[in-house]
Design a protein around this ligand. Structure first.
Ligand SMILES: Cc1ncc(C[n+]2csc(CCOP(=O)(O)OP(=O)(O)O)c2C)c(N)n1
Ligand code: SF4
Length: 260
């Protein structure tokens, strides 16, 4: 297999088996290569499992404090306008402590790309309730299921950002592969990875045209969901994708090419 220039040679995936964080990073590396922008790429780390990217990606990397990636990205873009700046943020990071940062970067239309991995919990810290945890979902801190009467309803980030005029590309896709039950074994669809890849390409193209791009990826955290890998994929398709429906919310430059 061809070595991707954006992946450190010999890097080994250390994410939990069945997690799509590693897949997302690989798709980003492939997109950087396809667009010929690896040399110009700067990833900004926030917190959560995505920050382990520094172990795999062979590109410039700056670590921001929890939730502050959009502010750091803004600074980098100001001083290096030709750079391609992106972050992979978890839902806990982007939509709780980091919500204000995200909102203002989007409201200003800063030309950066934010890839938000939504596994509906705080993964790295052990599976606590996140702003995206759906009603009734059992987590470490909601043993009886999330009660929206008490903690408020989940935050729909794509819909929220769509209320702003400046963002140029807003999309939600599901990255968790769909299980396909064959007679005696299970196969996983490649459609989700394919669509996720196209969304990443579109997000980077948007940034290259001077616009703000945001893609939400519905992924899993089987370890903290306390499910088998197979059940977590089913949950992502049967629950996550029903609560958070994949859709194109904004495409000012007409770059999206995901077939409906
Ligand atoms: C200021 C601060 N508070 C708390 C933490 C602890 N912390 C580490 S990762 C994380 C959130 C992880 O959840 P998420 O962003 O959803 O990412 P995931 O690991 O699920 O991909 C938190 C709260 C921290 N690193 N810094
Ligand atoms: S803790 Fe969850 S989000 Fe983090 S690597 Fe493991 S499965 Fe993925």
């Amino acid at each position: 297999m061809k070595q991707l220039s954006a992946i450190i040679p010999g890097a080994v995936n250390t994410y939990c088996p069945g997690c799509e964080h590693g897949l997302l990073l690989k798709l980003i590396a492939m997109a950087l290569e396809e667009l010929g922008i690896t040399e110009k790429a700067v990833m900004v780390g926030s917190v959560g499992c995505s920050t382990l990217a520094f172990k795999f990606l062979n590109i410039d990397y700056v670590q921001a404090p929890h939730g502050r990636a959009p502010a750091v990205m803004t600074g980098i873009k100001e001083v290096e306008p030709d750079s391609i700046v992106f972050a992979v943020q978890g839902d806990g990071d982007a939509l709780s402590i980091g919500l204000q940062e995200l909102f203002y970067a989007a409201n200003r239309g800063i030309p950066v790309s934010i890839f938000m991995y939504n596994n509906m919990v705080f993964g790295m810290t052990g599976g606590q309730m996140a702003p995206t945890t759906p009603e009734g979902m059992v987590t470490m801190t909601t043993p009886y299921g999330r009660d929206t009467a008490k903690s408020g309803p989940p935050i729909y980030s794509c819909e929220m950002l769509s209320g702003l005029s400046k963002p140029s590309y807003i999309r939600r896709v599901i990255i968790a592969p769909k299980p396909i039950q064959l007679k005696d074994r299970v196969m996983y669809s490649s459609r989700e990875a394919n669509q996720s890849y196209k969304a990443i390409i579109s997000a980077f193209k948007t940034q290259m045209k001077g616009g703000f791009s945001y893609v939400e990826f519905l992924g899993t955290c089987n370890v903290n969901w306390k499910m088998s890998i197979l059940d977590s994929k089913k949950y992502a398709h049967n629950v996550s994708a029903k609560v958070y429906q994949p859709a194109l919310f904004r495409d000012k430059f007409g770059v999206d090419f995901i077939e409906s």
